[in-house]
Design a protein around this ligand. Structure first.
Ligand SMILES: [Zn+2]
Length: 135
């Protein structure tokens, strides 16, 4: 499958912890775009983009299917911005849901519903810089 941004072939990454979960990662190095996919049908679980700003690595992740809140109401889109704390050698393409990595990510901001913005490899740096100024 090709990258949704640059249309070039993505790299398929299989890690043991993702195999256990029944999932794998597609990664585009040029775009720093990461997709978490189910192994069974290759459906996309989440889309992530990475950007390095002032020597800090940020990850923007959007779930591809509706997420249900505490009241059982589905969100159309949930987008979350994380600061990747790089102390353990985490790199883009290593995925997201493994506990060790999650513990080393600092949550910065979450958007819900229709206000979730569309980020691309072209606009991600500008968007994150703007959000960081507003925090
Ligand atoms: Zn790409």
């Amino acid at each position: 499958m090709n990258c949704q941004y640059c249309q070039q072939p993505t790299e398929s990454i299989h890690l043991p912890e993702f195999d256990d979960y029944g999932a794998f990662i597609r990664f585009c190095h040029a775009c720093q775009a990461e997709q978490l996919c189910w192994s069974s049908d290759e459906a996309i679980i989440s889309n992530s983009l990475y950007a390095k700003i002032n020597n800090r690595l940020y990850r923007w992740t959007v779930a591809s299917s509706p997420v249900v809140d505490q009241l059982g109401i589905p969100f159309n889109i949930v987008g979350s911005l994380w600061h990747v704390i790089d102390a353990i050698g985490y790199e883009p393409g290593m995925g997201t849901f493994h506990t060790r990595e999650i513990a080393n990510m600092e949550h910065i901001k979450t958007f819900r519903g229709e206000i979730a913005p569309i980020l691309t490899p072209q606009n991600i740096e500008q968007k994150i810089r703007t959000w960081l100024m507003m925090l």
